[in-house]
Design a protein around this ligand. Structure first.
Ligand code: ADP
Length: 333
């Protein structure tokens, strides 16, 4: 009997730890007697037949690297039935009948479509936004949040030296997780996220109160999602600019705005992300070995579990209000 062939791809925004996941998938597949194949540039590569066999050495020396050696892309073509038909034909050409998709919820939706066309798909959650339900954390979040916290530490030095207010805009169009964790970890005075309505006047009064108590600088962490117009999903440009200008006018304190941008994605993954990626990826291959399909792997309360992909995609990630309230208490004293 021929060995079972298993494909792996990374899709959507890159996240640190994707390489650690690829490494584990390749080596676990070999461990279970399967043949691993790499699909380059996500679903784009699947539609355009960018598929190559991988071996243990193909994934040497990558566990410590951010980004993804398989590259990532967004593919409009794959969103069409014709594109997906080509993708399935390419999988068949290589004899691949199982696929591990490493990515975010968009990538999982793509995986679900493939599943309907007869390919066994398992999803491994990887997105810095940490917005996927059925897992406490997704690969890349911990590294991103550590990078952001490190950046805010540096901004804090300047804020304190010059008695300024800083509005720091962090990634998260629909998710305030990066803002929440980095804000709590860096002692932010306010955390503005899309999940919780806020009042800018209240934020200004808090800054003025803190000043009266002797705190002459403030850090406000704002998720970029607070600048997204929910009506039509378009980003209102310079929303953090608006917030910063509003605070300066209302409080009279010198206010600066820093948009952290793409330094938040890459960089060497943290130990937490490497371990999470290795564990999730190992269990993904194990599921394929057991003949499972249409599932995602997640870690909940430190236990690795699998969930029906369709069910997981229908769930909304719960926002961590405990962290949010704790940060509010600590910054208001
Ligand atoms: P992420 O996985 O990080 O959420 P995207 O939302 O950009 O990233 O999705 C990555 C890719 O997954 C898209 O470019 C597209 O090719 C594919 N995809 C997303 N949603 C669907 C869908 N509903 N059906 C088929 N493919 C999809």
């Amino acid at each position: 009997m021929n060995k079972r062939r298993i494909g792996v791809l990374t899709s959507g925004g890159d996240a640190s730890g994707m390489n650690a996941a690829i490494r584990t998938i390749v080596r676990t597949a070999i461990h279970y007697g399967m043949e691993p194949y790499g699909i380059f540039r996500g679903y784009h590569g699947l539609v355009h037949n960018e598929i190559e066999p991988l071996n243990s050495r193909s994934v040497s020396g990558i566990i410590q690297r951010g980004g993804t050696i398989l590259k990532s892309a967004r593919s409009e073509e794959f969103m069409t039935p014709e594109g997906r038909k080509k993708a399935v034909e390419n999988l068949k050409k290589h004899g691949i009948d199982a696929l591990v998709v490493i990515g975010g919820d968009g990538s999982f939706r793509g995986g679900l479509e493939l599943q309907k066309l007869g390919c066994d798909v398992i999803g491994v959650p990887a997105t810095i936004d940490n917005d996927i339900a059925c897992t406490d954390y997704s690969i890349g979040f911990d590294t991103a949040v550590n990078t952001v916290t490190d950046a805010i530490n540096k901004i804090r030095d300047t804020a304190s030296s010059h008695d300024r207010v800083y509005v720091v805009e962090v990634m998260g169009r629909h998710s305030g997780y990066i803002a929440l964790y980095s804000g709590l970890a860096s002692g932010a005075d306010a955390i503005l996220v899309p999940e919780v309505p806020f009042n800018l006047d209240k934020v200004c009064n808090q800054i003025i109160d803190a000043n009266k108590k002797g705190k002459t600088h403030s850090i406000i962490v704002a998720a970029e999602g607070v600048g997204v117009d929910p009506e039509n999903n378009t980003k209102i440009e310079s929303h953090s600019m608006y917030i910063g200008n509003y605070i300066q006018q209302k409080t009279g304190y010198e206010t600066r705005i820093t948009i952290l941008g793409h330094i938040q994605r890459g960089g060497a993954p943290t130990v937490r992300d490497r371990c999470l990626a290795s564990r999730l990826a190992y269990h993904a291959v194990e599921l394929i070995y057991q003949g499972e399909s249409g599932k995602m792997i997640g870690e909940v309360d430190k236990v690795i579990k699998s969930w029906d992909l369709e069910y997981a995609l229908a769930q909304k990630k719960q926002f961590n209000l405990e962290y949010y309230h704790l940060s509010n208490i600590l910054s208001s004293i």
